[in-house]
Design a protein around this ligand. Structure first.
Ligand code: NAD
Length: 304
């Protein structure tokens, strides 16, 4: 019987990641609780499974999950229908979701008690990175599990890092996204100030891209439209990476900081700004839409 990959969670990120595995010649079966997402996956020629009970069969050698939060990973792996009790000992578990370190450790501990290898492998690079298979993937887990996962991770990503102990992939990812949230607010503040100073935004953007104020939000993902084609700011802030997801990651960063007594004042402030933005009903907009509320609504373009 040919070996297959079970892919759970085919949303914005999971669907293109599963597609890349399929296009590389792997046999991939996908499951999602959302019928709409399954339909989209089917349209991309992925083999869809309607019921999670039918997903884990004897020929599944790897499970990849790409879920929103820790509670979803916990449910999928350890819950009532938890796949941890269904997979064989040889099966490798790869959780690519961005979740709290503690949940990763808990799932990994349970897996290891059953003799199953598991890694946390959250990603960065956004939907474009998932589509182009250029993701950065940060892995936590044993060296042996990392090496076993490497060939598959190389199909989905470009830079694959072994961060250290199980959970440290998420630790690294949380640190990265705290910097990203702060940088997106910083980019929005700078461009807003330039606008108020009545300087051509395109020129300021070009200057910042080449000068010391450059950052990923400036050079790849500017929060204002008309600067780089294909970004959410040019598409009415359709995600991309939602403000709700950024808010979740900033909460994770804040919780991590508290747990180890680290002072992260800018991370805390970024969390307050995104939290308020989400409470105002913007959770599903791209996180770059934060530019709309930075600097006293200085912009003159519509948000939706
Ligand atoms: P998404 O909401 O688009 O996709 C998640 C999918 O999981 C959804 O389709 C949902 O229906 C499904 N799901 C939820 N619970 C489930 C369950 N119990 N069983 C099966 N399916 C279930 O989210 P996304 O943008 O693809 O992000 C997924 C993860 O990747 C998140 O942890 C996010 O923080 C991280 N991430 C996202 C981006 C990005 O740019 N979107 C970038 C890097 C990392």
């Amino acid at each position: 019987m040919s070996k297959s990959i079970a892919f759970i969670g085919v949303g914005n990120m999971g669907c293109p990641m599963a597609e890349n595995l399929m296009k590389s010649g792997k046999s991939v079966k996908v499951f999602d609780v959302s019928k709409k997402m399954l339909e989209i996956a089917r349209d991309k020629n992925l083999e869809t499974i309607e019921n999670i009970d039918d997903l884990i069969t004897d020929n599944i050698e790897t499970v990849v999950t790409m879920l929103p939060e820790g509670k979803h990973s916990r449910e999928v792996y350890l819950g009532e229908k938890g796949i941890i009790n269904k997979v064989s000992k040889d099966c490798l578990l790869i959780d690519c979701s961005t979740i709290d370190i503690q949940t990763s450790i808990e799932i990994g501990k349970k897996a290891s008690e059953l003799g199953i290898k598991m890694i946390d492998a959250p990603v960065s690079g956004g939907v474009m990175g998932a589509q182009k298979a250029t993701l950065n993937i940060m892995v936590g887990g044993s060296k042996e599990a990392f090496e076993k996962a490497l060939p598959l991770l190389k199909i989905m990503g470009k830079n694959i890092f072994h961060a250290g102990y199980l959970g440290s992939g998420n630790g690294a990812k949380i640190c990265n996204n705290m910097a990203l949230g702060i940088a997106m607010i910083a980019a929005s503040e700078s461009l807003m100030l330039a606008k108020r100073l009545n300087i051509d935004i395109k020129k300021v953007h070009e200057i910042m891209k080449n000068a010391s104020g450059n950052s990923w939000p400036i050079s790849v993902y500017p929060p204002l439209p008309g600067l780089i084609d294909g970004t959410p700011s040019n598409n009415n802030y359709r995600p991309g990476f939602s403000a709700g997801m950024m808010n979740k990651d900033l909460k994770l960063a804040n919780d991590c900081a508290q747990s180890v007594n680290a002072e992260t004042p800018l991370g805390k402030m970024a969390l307050e700004i995104y939290d308020q933005f989400c409470k105002e009903g913007n959770e599903t907009k791209d996180f770059s839409a934060i530019s709309k509320v930075i600097g006293g609504n200085a912009w003159d373009y519509p948000i939706d």
